[in-house]
Structure formats: structure tokens, C-alpha cells
Design a protein around this ligand. Structure first.
Ligand code: NAI
Ligand code: MG
Length: 369
């Protein structure tokens, strides 16, 4: 059988720096675990604009469509701020998400014990937290028509956006969430505002339909999204997998992320429809951006990107045990105090560099054998 294929798009700013560490880890899994990937690397964002005058070439787009998973660093930077909107670095990422039709955005909120003091909440509320928010990514109010700003008939203006969801759009993201729930604790909570929005009523009915017809073994609950927001900061550990629409998911996933501390720790995955081999179309990337303020200084925390690769192991390559191994290695490195500056507090000793964290993760992986 041929090796699984990976396309690596390091991008801009700290993207290439954190990706260098991930590539060493990918090599480690090939050498020590017999898990060989066919890895290709290409340009995206400002780097692609500099080389080709476009943030994503058609050739790279076609390549991304053909691989088992894409791993992306970050795009953007001040150098590109004045570019025309059509060639801005972000457009490369948006094109990938759109053309691969990545409708399920997975945002884990996981609190490593060693970092519980970085949370804005009390330690015992967040220590050991491990939840997953699935946000619908390709429809809803950010895309619905009609939209725009027009003159109203009182001499003022009216701004319009439309929340719109179809049966198919709700069912497919619900299936992604039910599949995840089955791999985890078998519990799913769906959030909308069915009390005040028709699209919320449809959301609730269709998620219930997928449950009753396809996933009756998963425990499904429904919650209004505002109540869900309260519960997320009051007692987040009551949840396991949460599925919600694009707008509520945007807010809830950012709020949940901050329960866990630094931007430098947060991975994500965006999944689409399963291909013939059963693997979903998939893009894995850290939540953070290109961090121009620290780029090129060896200060970037590579953990978010490393943990994004752990998600790829789990969700694209069915290597849950190896994903656990990598996550445990990251956790042990943090526990040992090998940390970049973003995970330091006043009085801590010298921060580790990006490479030193990579070195320590590789050592911890060796120790896990
Ligand atoms: P950012 O995430 O790049 O940085 C925000 C702050 O967090 C900065 O102080 C940065 O130094 C710090 N930070 C981020 N990642 C870190 C890491 N791994 N280790 C240590 N510190 C880290 O967001 P910002 O500053 O709003 O945007 C900078 C550029 O990145 C912009 O051009 C923006 O458009 C782009 N961006 C790209 C994203 C992507 O590629 N998915 C997402 C967000 C922003
Ligand atoms: Mg957001």
C-alpha cells in the first residue's frame, strides 16, 4: 500500500518556524514508528504572492485537493497589508477552505495540567478540561443572501445579513460531530437559538433527525447558545463535543479557547466530506496567525502546530494511539518547564526557543518508546 500523503504549507511569519519543528516530528514517526508519509511542501499566503503574484496558485490548489491532509502554518503580515483584497494572503487560506468545502471546523479546548494557571478561570474548573467544539464553517449568516448596506426610507441606512441553513448543510456537519462523539465519550450537545430563530428550529430538528436515524447510540442534548456560553465558563467540563452554527461557533470556540491559556497552544482542524477511501478532506492549522511581532526571532511556540499534526494523526490517519503519544510528549515538555516566552510568568527562568521546544518534544517521544 502506498504511503499517506501530506501537503505542508508553512506560509508566512512564524509559520515556517513552527513548521520546521513539525517536520522533524513527522520524520520521527517515520523512523521510529514506521509511519511513513509522502510529504510535499509548497507556498501559500504572502510567500506565494512574492513568488507567483497570487496567494495560492491553481497548481497548489489542485495538489491540496489530491492529498490525504494539508498542514498549514499561518499567513499574512504587515508587508502585505496594502495589497489589493483579491491577492491578500488570507485569500489563499479562504480559497483552500472554500474549494475543499471544509464545512466542519474542529476547535479543541484542552487544558494541560501544567498550564492550568494560565487560564482566566480557577484551576479546578479547567484542570483536565478536554472538550471539542465543532463549528459549521461554510454557511450561515456570514454567507447568506440578501446582505449589504442600503439606504432605508427614513433617511438613514440599513445593514442586512441573513442566517440561512439547509437540511443538507445541517445534517453533514452534525454527522461530523456525531462521528467525533463516538470516538470520544459518546456525548454531543447541539447549540442554537431555537427559541427566537427559525434557522435554529430547523437546526435542532435536523440534528435530532441525524441522531434518531443514524446515531441513536450517541447521547444528544440541545441547549440554547446563550445558556451554553454561560455553562462554558461556569462548568466547562460538563461538555464533551459541542456542535453549533458558524456565528455561535465563532464566539463559543474563541471563548472556550481562552479557558486553556495561550494562543500558542491551540490546534484546529477543518474537515469536509469523506473521500472514497473514507478519509475526510482535511486541513490542519494552528489557531494563531503569523505573529509578525516575534517572527524570525526563534521565539514562537511550536506546540499549536505540533498539536495540529496530532489531530491529523487522529482524524485523517486513524492513528489515535500515536496522537496520544505526541500529545503526552508535549504535555511532559510543558511539565518539565521547557516553554517559550508566551507560557512564562514573572520570575520564571529563561524561556526556551522554538527549536529547544522541538528538541524536547523529540526527546520525550524517544522516552515514550
Ligand atoms: P497572531 O495570532 O499572529 O498574534 C497575536 C499575538 O499572539 C501576538 O502578540 C503574537 O506574538 C502572539 N502569538 C501568536 N502565535 C504565537 C505562538 N505560536 N507563539 C508565541 N506567541 C504567539 O494574530 P495577529 O497579530 O492579529 O495577526 C498577525 C497576522 O497574522 C495578520 O497578518 C493576520 O491577518 C494574520 N492571521 C493569520 C491567521 C491564519 O493564518 N490562520 C489567523 C490570524 C491572523
Ligand atoms: Mg473568531
Amino acid at each position: 500500500m502506498s504511503n499517506p500523503t501530506l501537503l505542508i504549507l508553512p506560509g508566512d511569519g512564524i509559520g515556517p518556524e513552527v513548521m520546521t519543528e513539525v517536520r522533524r516530528i513527522i520524520d520521527w514517526f517515520g523512523d521510529k514508528r514506521g509511519l511513513k508519509f509522502d510529504v510535499a511542501e509548497d507556498l501559500v499566503g504572502g510567500a506565494a504572492y512574492d513568488a507567483h503574484g497570487t496567494p495560492l496558485t491553481d497548481k497548489t490548489m489542485a495538489h491540496a485537493q489530491s492529498v490525504d491532509a494539508v498542514l498549514l502554518g499561518a499567513v499574512g503580515g504587515p508587508k502585505y497589508d496594502d495589497l489589493d483584497f483579491s491577492v491578500k494572503p488570507e485569500r489563499g487560506l479562504l480559497r483552500l477552505r472554500k474549494e475543499m468545502d471544509l464545512y466542519a471546523n474542529l476547535r479543541p479546548a484542552q487544558c494541560f495540567d501544567a498550564l492550568a494557571d494560565f487560564s482566566s478561570l480557577k484551576r479546578d474548573i479547567v484542570a483536565g478540561l478536554d472538550i471539542m467544539i465543532v463549528r459549521e464553517l461554510t454557511s450561515g449568516i456570514y454567507f447568506g443572501e440578501p446582505r449589504g448596506i442600503q439606504a432605508d426610507n427614513e433617511g438613514g441606512r440599513v445593514g442586512v445579513n441573513t442566517q440561512r441553513y439547509t437540511t443538507n448543510e445541517i445534517r453533514r456537519v452534525a454527522r461530523s460531530a456525531f462521528e467525533l462523539a463516538r470516538r470520544r465519550s459518546n456525548r454531543l450537545c447541539s447549540m442554537e437559538k431555537a427559541n427566537v430563530m427559525e434557522s435554529g428550529i430547523l437546526w435542532r430538528e435536523e440534528v435530532q433527525w441525524v441522531h434518531d436515524n443514524e446515531y441513536p447510540d450517541v447521547e444528544l442534548t440541545h441547549m440554547y447558545a446563550d445558556a451554553g456560553a454561560m455553562q462554558l465558563v461556569r462548568a466547562p467540563k460538563q461538555f464533551d463535543v459541542i456542535v453549533t452554527d458558524n456565528l455561535f461557533g465563532d464566539l463559543l470556540s474563541d471563548a472556550a479557547a481562552m479557558l486553556t491559556g495561550s494562543l500558542g497552544m491551540l490546534p484546529s482542524a477543518s474537515l469536509g466530506a469523506p473521500a472514497e477511501n473514507g478519509r475526510p478532506k482535511a486541513l490542519y492549522e494552528p489557531v494563531h496567525g503569523s505573529a509578525p511581532d516575534i517572527a524570525g526571532q526563534g521565539k514562537a511556540n511550536p506546540c499549536a502546530c505540533i498539536l495540529s499534526f496530532a489531530m491529523a494523526l487522529r482524524y485523517s490517519f486513524d492513528q489515535g494511539t500515536e496522537a496520544d503519544r505526541l500529545e503526552a510528549a508535549v504535555e511532559s515538555v510543558l511539565r518539565d518547564g521547557v516553554r517559550t516566552a508566551d507560557l512564562m510568568q514573572a520570575g520564571d527562568r529563561d524561556p526556551a526557543s522554538t527549536t529547544q521546544v522541538g528538541d524536547a518534544v523529540l526527546k520525550a517521544l524517544d522516552a515514550s518508546l
